[in-house]
Design a protein around this ligand. Structure first.
Ligand code: ATP
Length: 202
């Protein structure tokens, strides 16, 4: 899955619409302290479905919306769009019929987040599964934030295994297994309710 472009609008310090073209190969972001390097990486994680405010260095998810400065007022919403180049048809089957895939996440104060995949409303789970199936996502080891290398060196074996599983592309299978277990549990609960009803009728 090749990321083509990241578009930010009202996300943290990126108050004006900003386009970042992502070229082939490894991408490094450089710039003076406080210019927004980490905000860019956070925008990428956020549009892929990150749901922990702490991972965005905030207390609540609305903290990602431009908070205003002495010269500019706060914004009411933030939006990030990630465009994926799908000309090689590497995307998961559910979205594999287009050359490009636009994933949009928008957050509005007091109204929470909404997602769209190629213009159609989607759930956070749909977006997370899309990336998990492609062995990437908000927790992908391909996105290296500041301090992560030393964390990795000092990590416990269990955390290191998670990183290896992500890299091996099996984390999507864990998510699907979890989903299947939830469905199974709910089917079992329904069955036992049917049994109770049948007992009462007998
Ligand atoms: P460093 O090299 O010091 O780690 P950086 O380039 O990674 O810095 P970021 O941490 O991405 O910089 O950006 C920090 C800037 O983003 C700060 O100026 C901070 O005020 C601004 N910022 C963060 N959240 C918001 C927000 N919700 N609204 C407006 N500005 C914000």
């Amino acid at each position: 899955m090749k990321f083509d472009r990241l578009r930010l609008n009202g996300f943290k310090s990126f108050v004006d619409p900003t386009d970042l073209v992502i070229r082939e190969g490894l991408t490094g972001v450089v710039g003076p302290n406080g210019c927004g390097k980490s905000n860019l990486l956070e925008a990428l994680r956020w549009v892929m479905g990150e749901n922990r405010p702490t991972a965005m260095r905030g207390e609540g998810m609305e903290d990602v919306i431009f908070a205003g400065t002495s010269r500019r007022g706060a914004r009411a919403h933030a939006e990030v769009t990630l465009t994926i180049d799908n000309r090689e048809r590497l995307a998961p089957a559910s979205v594999n019929d287009a050359d490009g895939i636009d994933i949009v996440r928008r957050i509005t104060r007091d109204a929470g987040s909404a997602y769209r995949i190629n213009g159609k409303d989607a759930r956070a789970r749909d977006v997370q599964m899309l990336f998990a199936d492609a062995s990437t996502g908000a927790h992908s080891p391909a996105l290296v934030r500041q301090g992560q290398i030393s964390e990795l060196i000092n990590a416990r074996p269990k955390s290191r295994r998670r990183i290896l599983e992500e890299a091996a592309g099996i984390s999507g299978l864990y998510a699907r297994r979890h989903e299947a277990e939830l469905k199974l549990n709910s089917a079992e609960a329904n069955l036992s309710r049917v049994d109770d009803t049948l007992d009462q009728l007998a």
